[in-house]
Design a protein around this ligand. Structure first.
Ligand code: HEC
Ligand code: HEC
Length: 203
């Protein structure tokens, strides 16, 4: 109970937040998201340095997407392009885009990546308590779906939490205990799970 309480407090402090997150307007979000498609709408597009595939956003949880945009805007999450993109959006544009992306349900895909998915499954027990079994059904709409995300993006995210390059109090605690091999194995496991995440090419 004490542990749960400190998680809740940590969360409130760790996140830029919306005062009462409300579902956005899907049609308005679709129009506002056109600038995002050059990167997120093309399957397998890569970030150059470091190299990892740009994350799938289709079918991701709306509130998580909106909070991620807020975190780039506030500088809590650092990535120059994404900070510029999010910096140009107001709250309602963020919630509208998040509603649109979340509503997409193109055929999902999954893949293994370089790690050992079987070993990753054994290490993933602790993650399920927040991200859900297989990373597919998080317990909170503020937490991301991991199932079916690109393994190299998942590994990039975990390495970022571990090094502090990505700033999140909760995930830092879990990632700092992981070795590089653990990170590859977990990325392989979650990336291999079927999910609703997608990168439709014709948004
Ligand atoms: C030039 C390419 C590019 C453009 C354009 C772009 N993004 Fe991104 N986006 C990225 C990259 C690269 C990342 C991963 C950054 C990181 O490591 O945090 C990312 C990450 C994200 C994330 C976090 C996803 C997660 O699972 O944590 C969200 C949400 C997002 N982008 C939304 C948008 C939206 C909305 C737009 C349009 C307004 C947009 N992006 C435009 C390249 C781009
Ligand atoms: C106590 C709840 C909790 C637990 C347990 C947990 N996570 Fe997370 N995870 C979160 C939250 C909250 C976020 C969003 C943080 C942020 O905005 O950067 C997150 C984000 C992530 C991301 C970034 C995904 C993206 O799309 O950017 C990855 C990867 C991840 N977690 C993997 C794991 C793994 C692997 C484990 C187990 C070793 C784990 N998590 C355990 C709460 C948790």
């Amino acid at each position: 109970m004490k542990f749960l309480l400190s998680i809740t407090v940590g969360l409130t402090m760790a996140f830029a937040s919306f005062a009462g997150f409300a579902a956005g307007d899907i049609e308005a979000g679709k129009a506002a998201a056109t600038t995002c498609m050059g990167c997120h709408g093309a399957s397998g597009m890569r970030n150059a340095y470091p190299t990892f595939r740009i994350p799938k956003l289709g079918g991701q949880q709306a509130e998580y997407l909106a909070l991620a945009l807020k975190a780039y805007q506030s500088g809590e999450r650092v990535h120059p392009t994404m900070q510029a993109q999010a910096g140009a959006l107001n709250d309602s544009e963020m919630t509208n885009i998040a509603a649109y992306l979340s509503s997409l349900d193109a055929p999902a895909s999954s893949e293994l990546g370089g790690g050992d998915a079987k070993a990753g499954e054994a290490k993933a027990q602790v993650c399920a308590s927040c991200h859900g079994a297989g990373g597919g059904k998080p317990i909170s709409s503020q937490y991301p779906i991991l199932a079916g995300q690109y393994p190299d993006f998942l590994a990039h995210a975990l390495s970022g939490y571990k090094s502090g390059a990505r700033n999140n109090a909760i995930m830092k605690g879990f990632a700092s205990a992981l070795s590089d091999a653990d990170i590859q194995d977990l990325a392989a496991y979650f990336g291999s799970q079927a999910s609703t995440l997608s990168t439709p090419t014709n948004w």
